[in-house]
Ligand binder design. Structure first.
Ligand SMILES: *Cc1c(COP(=O)(O)O)cnc(C)c1O
Length: 221
């Protein structure tokens, strides 16, 4: 298992390198976030041993149970929260995570701003955009993004970029391009886009952060 994780990691890294080269970008400008949700410390350790330091989780409680012990061993771990975040988890999220990708509504902006005030910690924030305007999906509707950005800036959140999960089973490139255009329009430099099935496409379109779970850890139970 140890060797397998190391091989998967180096394969993903070389695919990122190739995609970056194709787009005349530098691979160092792309952060690989290993999405370790549902996987236990035993599955995570081989990736730590192989040098991976940036990880992502989608559930605050699960992350609180898993990461503090690992972080004592590997103090340079960087933790990202991805996906839906409930406002009543804002304090805990701000205390544990170094970046938060799912900021998608004014109530969460307010809760995070308060939590940052309280804790003195200021994790980088990404605003999640519902690029396909899908009713069931998290993310701010494209039309409401300017208002959300304005509110987040007024509240003093450290907004560094935009994040999206494009609609499933369709070509993702146009959605990635839309996110890149929205980020440029609003002067935001970071783009969190691309998962196991489409991270290379995302890198060619400008992703600065790719969120890869399955391709590193195997299928989730
Ligand atoms: C689970 C998850 C990922 C990783 O997805 P894979 O297809 O397993 O790579 C990426 N982003 C978010 C928001 C997720 O919830």
């Amino acid at each position: 298992m140890n060797g397998a994780a190391e091989e998967r990691l180096s394969e993903i890294r070389s695919r990122i390198d190739k995609a970056a080269e194709l787009a005349r970008r530098k691979a160092v400008d792309v952060t690989l976030i290993a999405i370790s949700k549902t996987h236990d410390a035993q599955a995570i350790r081989p990736l730590l041993a192989s040098g991976q330091r940036v990880f992502g989780e989608n559930r605050v409680q699960e992350a609180e149970a898993k990461w503090p012990a690992l972080q004592r061993e590997f103090p340079d771990v960087v933790l990202h929260h991805v996906g839906q975040l409930q406002s009543n988890k804002a304090d805990e999220a701000v205390a544990l995570f170094d970046a938060i990708h799912g900021v998608d509504r004014p109530s969460l902006v307010t809760a995070l701003a308060k939590a940052m005030e309280k804790t003195g910690r200021r994790p980088d924030c990404f605003l999640q955009v519902n690029v396909g305007d899908e009713p069931q999906k998290g993310g701010c509707p494209v039309a409401e993004l300017p208002t959300l950005i304005e509110g987040a800036r007024e509240a003093g959140l450290p907004i560094i970029g935009l994040m999206c999960v494009p609609p499933a089973d369709v070509e993702p490139a146009p959605y990635f391009a839309l996110l890149a255009k929205l980020a440029r329009r609003h002067g935001l430099g970071a783009l969190s886009m691309g998962m196991s099935g489409d991270f290379e496409t995302a890198v060619t379109i400008g992703a600065t952060h790719v969120r890869v779970g399955t391709a590193l850890f195997g299928e989730r139970a």
